[in-house]
Write a protein that binds this ligand. Structure first.
Ligand code: SF4
Ligand code: SF4
Length: 346
């Protein structure tokens, strides 16, 4: 393990930039702490508890162009008319893939263990066969430097969902605050090479079990689907404004919708885009004929929890909540999902 000063940790970030990565780190942007691309001398923030976004914003953007195609659409007095292949003859459609990929390999610098767990969860969803080619291309060759938390805030629940642990094979370098400086440990061959290049002597200390020293304020009771399924209405949901901030800021929400975009001036040139969708919106569960499955706030809120906990556990072998608490901290009404699934003092 190496002992580094704060200046040397920031030097480590610069070194990764020099290696040709697009480095994404917590940056203070007008008073809001967000993961952002490190450029123009922006200085990563190391001592923080919470960021307002997550790696998902870079691995699975909120709007992404999938491809363009040429259609045989024409404008009629009734609107846009598209003709697809019929018995009357073929309708040639030319598809041009349009990957909107980062120019360089991504490196996440200074993210907390819970955010690394969010990448592990997204991998399970997006890389399960058939793998999503857009996600997989962004994910390729990614480097991570994890900074352990010192303390959580009143919204964190990583201890309850186990996301304080660093998932196996996901970190290249782990940093831990120690006194005025930091301990740095490599967890991969790439991490080892990068740390060696800093030219600092190894202090010979054993990494040991790098279990987090932080304590979150709350722990959850054993989760039961029955508690989510309770028919008792939750009065706190009356203040839900349906703004969808809880899903927008969640590092593991991945639902999207597909839209075809074209201009009326050129209706044959169509762009197919994937846009973020929230289960808190009514249109999420509305199907042809105007039928809506999740009609009430209560139904939509419970759906979110079912997806995060029992459904994800069954489908992917891990819960879809990494306990970051963003959905509570960013909710304008401070609606706390822990009241649904059993909140107890730790
Ligand atoms: S952030 Fe809060 S108010 Fe907004 S949709 Fe979610 S629960 Fe409702
Ligand atoms: S559900 Fe809430 S606490 Fe869990 S990962 Fe999403 S934002 Fe974080």
């Amino acid at each position: 393990m190496l002992r580094l000063t704060e200046k040397e940790v920031l030097g480590l970030c610069r070194r990764i930039l020099d290696l040709g990565f697009e480095v994404i780190a917590p940056i203070d942007i007008n008073g809001s702490l967000r993961l952002a691309i490190v450029e123009d001398g922006a200085k990563p923030v190391l001592g923080y508890v919470r960021i307002n976004n997550s790696p998902r914003y870079f691995l699975l953007p909120s709007r992404e162009s999938l491809f363009r195609y040429r259609s045989s659409a024409t404008i009629t007095s009734y609107g846009v008319k598209m003709r697809f292949q019929t018995s009357e003859g073929p309708c040639p459609i030319t598809i041009t893939p349009e990957y909107n990929l980062p120019k360089k390999r991504l490196a996440f610098f200074g993210i907390h263990p819970c955010m690394l767990n969010s990448i592990a969860y997204l991998d399970k969803v997006m890389l399960s066969e058939p793998a999503d080619p857009y996600y997989s291309a962004r994910r390729e060759g990614m480097l991570t430097v994890v900074l352990e938390c010192e303390e959580g805030d009143e919204y964190c629940l990583c201890q309850s969902v186990g996301s304080y642990r660093i998932p196996e094979g996901y970190a290249d370098i782990i940093l831990r605050k120690a006194g005025e400086g930091y301990l740095a440990r490599s967890c991969s061959d790439r991490g080892e090479v990068i740390l060696k290049e800093l030219g600092k002597p190894d202090d010979g200390a054993e990494a040991g079990e790098m279990a987090p020293r932080m304590k979150t304020k709350y722990a959850l009771e054993a989760l039961s689907e029955a508690s989510i399924d309770s028919k008792d209405p939750n009065p706190s949901l009356e203040s839900c404004t349906l703004c969808a901030a809880c899903t927008v800021t969640c590092p593991t929400c991945y639902c999207g919708d597909i839209e075809d975009k074209f201009s009326l001036m050129e209706p044959t040139n169509v762009e197919r885009v994937r846009v973020r969708m929230s289960c808190q919106r009514r249109c999420y569960s509305t199907i042809a004929g105007g039928v809506t499955f999740l009609k009430t706030r209560d139904a939509r809120f419970r759906w979110r929890l079912k997806h995060k906990f029992p459904f994800s556990k069954k489908a992917y072998g891990m819960v879809g909540c990494i306990g970051c608490g963003n959905c509570i901290a960013q909710c304008p009404s401070r609606i706390d999902f822990r009241t649904y699934i059993g909140r107890v003092e730790a």
